[in-house]
Design a protein around this ligand. Structure first.
Ligand code: GAL
Length: 963
């Protein structure tokens, strides 16, 4: 519901209660950590390189976009949204796959990101954990730690030393972009990792899980996070139902850390979603929508917050086995930039808020004057005032925040050489237009607004645009009144003394199309606002303006368009040429509003995608383990007899069948048990297994080649007895094969603990068989042994590019059938649409060449049929596991895959594993599978590299045979 703008008489009543006192005496006292003055703070805000800074940040995890050459795309989209900071989690498990190895290469090497951030003018908040939560398997804690009793603190030292080295050399004190370092995440029950890492001089901080007073004095700065709408399974929520907004934040900060800026290291920017949700991320985006951004983000401001990081700005993909046990592949998060890297309405709202913050520095330092809930019935109004300048900001919303809207309006402040008395329209930004000021405001079409400036009369007014403006001079104030029409209206005011002022008035939709790129200044931080960069341009039209350079009268712009676009540029008085993506734009004209106008032409290029429905697919069975003569390829004896897990086996002796103990921490697991039978032994009446693999896992059980059935009732552990008849038994060796998936580790949050023997319980949840038994036989005639298959070579996996979470232990994965370069020419031709015809596991491979037009960003997705079926399928694209579909749980059926994983100008290999758990037609085949384009944008970032090691390198070299 739209909030009606505050009527001017109400604003006057509020204002007159607390008239500005100007100037007021103010003694500033800055603090620092004694190690550097590059990042300091006082009770109002941070200072970066001496400049008071409102930290406006968004969260991005580079490892969730496994194409390093695309990281700059996200950085540019953050910059264009007006953010000045990006916050990043590192990933311990990816970086430290086994004890002693620290891998800072490829997707673990964030240097290209730091370089891009620095060049684009974005600060970085580094959050290396070690524990990160983040809906990734065991919150990033590597599997090798789960399996033994290593003292947690000792275990992270290698990782910590490695990433801290990378962080230290990218600190602002070293000429890099890193301004803050988070230690741990939502940590309770100290001490945890609280030593200052060697070489780090920027301030350290904690991110408390709420208003809980944890580790308040253990780092330089204290912050906490909040997820008002909870952060999981938003796909099941009713997006129309809201919760009320907290009003305790300011008093909690004041009481807990007086003298420090109010800092939210994370605030809800979207939401995670879990397996089995009904609505998926579409619902998340609707729940945590632009109204949420307005009401809740403004409430942060009302609480004096001047450092805020929205989690996530770009969520991306929790590809392969990176998700935690409840999370599915997509981490779209309903974020401002969606998983396909497209900007959404939330990017636009974030931009409106961020440009306001970027442009009006009076807001970085305010005192609370009053919270007023009575002057205007039903409105909750927070009055803030800058103690030095005397400017006021009124943040208003409904008393009942579930009526969803909020605005900020301002009074008594100076911009450039002009003074605004008040405005009931929202402020967006202001520009110095070659010596005269232009203020940009917005509101809702159809609503009436009033603004007043200090201008000595008589004043001449001219207005160009759809909105009718009335001007009234009451010397020395000039007042504008208007009922807002859609579009942009430019008002020119000239005072008696010759002072000129422009006001650009836009309705909400028109305001969202505006961009304000920075123009680089001088020095090492040339693109940073507040240090060196300037913002003399305001541009409307393009889908995205990434950046700009202005060289005398020559303007160059870079960005993306998805249709022929009229670009309008406010700014330079004289302009001789405009380039768009390095191509000169013809027909540059000047409009009545004084903008420079040109046309960016776009013609839809041919985007030819393969029809995977009619492509040639090749098939091979991937379950040879059930055959009596199976050769045991890449299986190891599961013969350990003790465990340190706090979750002991229920029954089954003597072997502990927990995969982590054998070095397998991700992906599918195949267990093969042997027992003997002949005419003298009692036949078992049933095979019993208690398989464990987290809530949404599945297991399938075979006795010899006979399928006993599925075990997937959505319990953490499923206990099933499968009846056995004597005709299924062989004389001699018999085999029970259990295929299960490892859904990723659980999150343990604050339970991660650090004292010997006090390891987090949930990290030790077993993945494997917690019970096994041949029913009807006594203890002496049970299994004679078990073997186990997990991902190829376990913790010593050879794929240094795609890393340890990429593969599981299906036979086809072990053999490398998912990799490019595998020779499948001898395989049977068969499509996944024909499927297996029976329960089991098979691999389907196809290849195709893409030759997509250069110079375009064309997000592609692989789309499974959304029909319910009792099957699980993994999608491998050029060897990268980019999706897991569970067709009887869902919700995800479309899997975005970026250029870089896909080769847009060469051959691509797509492989589907199909694990059919049921017998019906819907269970044993994939009804349809397509490759679709989600858009075509002329622009994008160029030069996207592919790096897809092939079968020879990852299997042939290790002596694996083709057959
Ligand atoms: C926070 C946590 C993040 C993430 C988020 C929910 O509490 O710090 O890592 O898990 O919740 O998406």
């Amino acid at each position: 519901m739209q909030l009606v703008p505050l009527h001017i008489s109400a604003l006057a009543r509020l204002h007159d209660k607390n008239p500005p006192i100007f100037p007021r005496s103010f003694a500033s006292s800055r603090s620092n950590n004694g190690l550097t003055q590059a990042v300091e703070w006082d009770e109002y805000s941070f200072f970066v390189l001496g400049n008071r800074t409102f930290i406006q940040s968004g969260e991005f995890h580079m490892w969730r976009l496994p194409v390093p050459s695309l990281w700059r795309d996200i950085v540019q989209k953050a910059k264009s949204a007006g953010l000045n900071t990006i916050s990043v989690y590192f990933h311990w498990g990816l970086t430290n796959p086994h004890s002693g190895e620290v891998d800072l290469t490829g997707i673990n090497d964030f240097q290209p990101f730091f370089d891009a951030a620095k060049e684009e003018g974005i600060w970085v908040i580094a959050r290396p954990g070690p524990y990160i939560n983040s809906e990734t398997s065991t919150g990033g804690v590597p599997g090798h730690l789960r399996s033994n009793d290593t003292f947690y603190h000792d275990a992270w030292q290698d990782y910590w030393t490695g990433v801290i080295g990378l962080i230290a050399k990218n600190q602002v004190t070293q000429g890099g972009p890193i301004i803050l370092l988070q230690i741990e995440n939502e940590y309770y029950n100290g001490p945890g990792q609280n030593d200052r890492p060697v070489g780090v001089v920027v301030p350290t901080f904690v991110n408390d899980a709420g208003e809980f007073n944890n580790l308040v004095n253990d780092t330089d700065i204290y912050g906490f996070d909040a997820y008002p709408f909870s952060a999981s399974n938003c796909g099941n929520a009713d997006p129309t139902v809201w919760r009320d907004v907290a009003t305790t934040w300011r008093s909690y900060f004041d009481a807990t850390v007086p003298g420090q800026p109010h800092f939210f290291p994370e605030f809800q920017g979207g939401s995670a979603d879990n397996w089995g949700s009904t609505g998926g991320y579409g619902t998340c985006r609707e729940l945590v929508n632009t109204n949420f951004q307005r009401v809740f983000f403004h409430q942060l401001w009302a609480s004096g917050v001047t450092a805020e990081n929205f989690y996530m700005f770009y969520g991306g993909t929790t590809w392969a086995q990176l998700p935690y046990s409840q999370g599915y592949t997509s981490y779209d998060y309903g974020a401002p930039v969606n998983e396909q890297r497209q900007i959404t309405a939330k990017h636009a709202e974030l931009k409106l808020q961020s440009l306001f913050l970027r442009s009006f520095s009076d807001f970085y330092m305010t005192d609370l004057i009053e919270v007023d809930t009575t002057t205007v019935p039903s409105l909750y109004i927070t009055h803030l005032q800058n103690p030095v300048q005397g400017s006021s900001f009124y943040i208003f919303r409904h008393n009942d925040a579930t009526i969803k809207d909020s605005f900020v309006i301002a009074t008594d402040f100076v911009f450039g050489s002009s003074t605004l008395r008040y405005s009931t329209a929202s402020l967006l930004t202001w520009l110095d237009l070659s010596g005269s000021d232009m203020l940009v405001v917005y509101g809702y079409a159809g609503q009436s607004y009033e603004m007043a400036f200090e201008l000595s009369g008589p004043v001449t007014l001219s207005a160009i645009g759809p909105t009718q403006i009335q001007g009234t001079a009451t010397d020395p104030t000039f007042t504008l009144n208007f009922s807002l029409s859609p579009g942009r209206t430019l008002v020119h005011l000239t005072a008696a003394d010759g002072k000129e002022l422009a006001v650009l008035i836009a309705d909400y939709d028109a305001a969202t199309t505006l961009w304000q790129p920075t123009i680089a200044g001088d020095g090492n931080y040339a693109n940073y606002i507040g240090v060196s960069a300037s913002t003399p341009l305001l541009i409307s039209g393009p889908y995205l303006v990434r950046n700009a350079s202005l060289n005398g009268q020559q303007l160059a712009l870079w960005g993306d368009v998805a249709e022929t676009t009229t670009v309008n540029i406010f700014g330079p008085r004289a302009l001789s040429s405009v380039e768009w993506n390095n191509v000169p734009l013809g027909n540059l004209t000047q409009t009545r509003q004084g903008t420079w106008q040109a046309t960016i032409s776009f013609s839809q290029p041919a985007v030819t995608l393969p029809d995977l429905g009619s492509a040639t697919w090749r098939f091979r069975d991937s379950l040879p383990e059930i055959q009596p003569d199976f050769d045991g390829f890449a299986m190891i004896p599961a013969n350990q007899m003790t465990t340190t897990s706090v979750f002991p086996p229920y029954y089954g002796a003597p072997w502990i069948l927990y995969a982590d103990q054998y070095g397998f921490h991700a992906g599918n697991l195949v267990w093969r048990g042997t027992f003997l039978h002949d005419s003298n032994t009692t036949a078992p009446t049933a095979v019993n297994v208690s398989a464990s693999g987290a809530l949404n896992f599945a297991a399938s059980v075979w006795l010899n080649t006979h399928y006993l059935g599925p075990s997937d009732t959505r319990g953490r552990t499923n206990n099933n007895s499968f009846p056995v008849t004597e005709d299924l038994l062989l004389t001699g060796e018999n085999h029970v094969v259990v295929l299960q998936d490892h859904m990723g580790g659980d999150l343990s949050g604050q339970d991660v603990c650090c004292t010997p023997g006090g390891r987090a319980r949930d990290l030790q949840q077993p993945r494997g068989l917690q019970g096994y038994y041949l029913v009807g036989r006594d203890a002496s005639a049970q299994f004679t042994g078990w073997t186990l298959a997990g991902n190829f070579m376990g913790e010593r996996h050879p794929d240094t590019v795609r890393k340890i979470y990429n593969e599981g232990g299906l036979y086809g994965e072990r053999k490398g059938w998912h990799l490019p370069g595998f020779d499948d020419s001898a395989w049977e031709e068969r499509t996944p649409f024909e499927g297996l015809g029976q329960p089991g596991v098979g691999f389907f491979r196809t290849t195709f060449t893409l030759d997509l037009p250069q110079g375009y960003d064309i997000p592609l997705s692989f789309v499974f049929d959304s029909a319910v079926g009792h099957y699980r399928s993994q999608l491998y694209v050029n060897g990268w596991q980019m999706g897991k579909r569970i067709a009887n749980i869902g919700p995800q059926s479309a899997f975005p895959v970026h250029e870089g994983v896909l080769d847009y100008h060469g051959e691509n290999t797509v492989v589907l594993s199909l694990w059919a758990l049921g017998n019906g037609t819907a269970d044993t085949r994939i009804p349809s599978f397509k490759l679709v384009a989600n858009g075509t944008y002329a622009g994008g970032v160029r030069g996207i590299a592919t790096n897809n090691p092939d079968w020879d390198e990852l299997r042939g070299k290790y002596g694996v045979s083709f057959d």
